[in-house]
Design a protein around this ligand. Sequence first.
Ligand code: NAD
Length: 507
Amino acid sequence: MSAATLAPPAAALETVPMLIGGEWVRPATDSYETVYNPSTGAAIARTPLGAAAEVESAVAAAAKSLAAWDHTPVVERARVMFKYRALLDKHFDELAGLVTREHGKTLAEARAELQRGIEMVEFACGIPSLIMGDNLPNIAGDVDAETVRHPVGVCVGITPYNFPAMVPLWMFPVALVCGNTFILKPSEKVPLSAVRMGELLEEAGLPDGVFNIVHGGRACVDALLAHPQVAAISFVGSTPVAKYIYTTGAANGKRVQSAGGAKNHLIVMPDADIDQTVKALAASAYGCAGQRCMAGSIAVTIGSAGDNVVDELVRYAGKLKVGASDNAPEIDMGPVIRAEHRERVASYLDIAKSEGAEVPLDGRKEFPNDKFLIGPSIVDRVAPTMRVAKEEIFGPVLSVVRVDDLESALALGEQCEYGNGAAIFTRSGYAAREFKRRFNAGMIGINVGVPAPMAWFPFTGWNRSFFGDLHVQGKEGIAFYTRQKTTLTRWPKADDSHVDPVWRGRR
Ligand code: NAD
């Protein structure tokens, strides 16, 4: 791939529209974020950075549509999702191409992301069963109790750049089938997939105003967080922003689920199958160029696993085909999102060396002058106190910490501020069981390098990888997007002289 080309002047770029009350609009603004194709470095669109005015209109539209949508029978809400699923399937290749184009991940990775997102829609199609309440007749003398689920109201989704289709799909299908209305604020770096998914929702028959899209940065998010008619916020992004969203949203009386960054450990026991483990480690660390919240970031090798794994991994990772991913199905790893991000990722290799680690595979070597591409890197003999061991790099860099035993690996988990995922590679059931029970993270893989749960199970990040209590996906997602109402009923025996005698006799 060639170096990034110069971006055309911003005004020549197509402005990405917002969806407000069923209208696609391009409100006047002075402020834009450029959308790039990381494979070519070319600017491909510009995202208008809206703020209070656009948020006000979107919330008004969502609030206005709420009562009718809530009153729509749940099976009809589910039918919209069935149609939506068919449309996502019909436009699968187009959408996957769009994800690759604006994000830079390979086409295979974009297809996998979209498939995971479609599974959320499939889950949401089951809403008539999922939203059912509980009841207990005669809980007290002649008193019946029942609990039913109501929507919470206007819900907001604020999403990151690394999964332009899947992360929005974690949120709005479930929120909508629960009877809520929704405002999506996609990452300003990758708004194109979100817009296309919004068009398809309209085509599926969703009434105007039920789903809205606003674009923007911090000012837009702040307006959403402060708006009194917003009931719930779903956020996915970096830890500092996740914490800010959680504390601000909660202080404003909203329910918040806020997923943050990660630093995921991959433990390799001496008895692990080295060939399979090396492939799994590489897929975990270098898939999506390391820009996944479930990416393996630290390989913790135990005893003799160290030499075996590092030598093989350097050989294997060094052979991955890295390059422009757009229209290039043969590529194993694409570019990172932005030139600044590439610089940031690369800087960790120097930081690691300055702190005493070794770099047996340096991803900069093959692409010394590229703005978006950096190859896979391995940093060996990392101490837990080094920055590469503690900070989220979010790029294709795998650090190796060598320890003597499983207890030391478990201790690394305790020291880590994050707690998204972790995996162990072993043939020992005992080691796997200990690891599963004791490792300080919310999603565990046993011989699975990316233990990201699918739609039917919650995405259970821990510690500073998640703020809130109800996660996205599975039954927790339904609980987040609904509030319960409990009714106690007693019907005293009445004077029934007004009732038709035919029925009176049947009481
Ligand atoms: P980010 O935090 O920079 O941005 C996420 C969203 O927040 C965007 O929509 C952005 O516009 C908005 N935002 C950014 N700064 C803000 C601020 N100061 N105030 C208010 N809003 C702000 O994250 P990113 O770089 O787009 O995504 C990468 C991060 O997301 C990584 O840390 C990754 O681990 C994390 N992530 C986590 C999960 C998870 O499930 N835990 C999943 C995917 C990504």
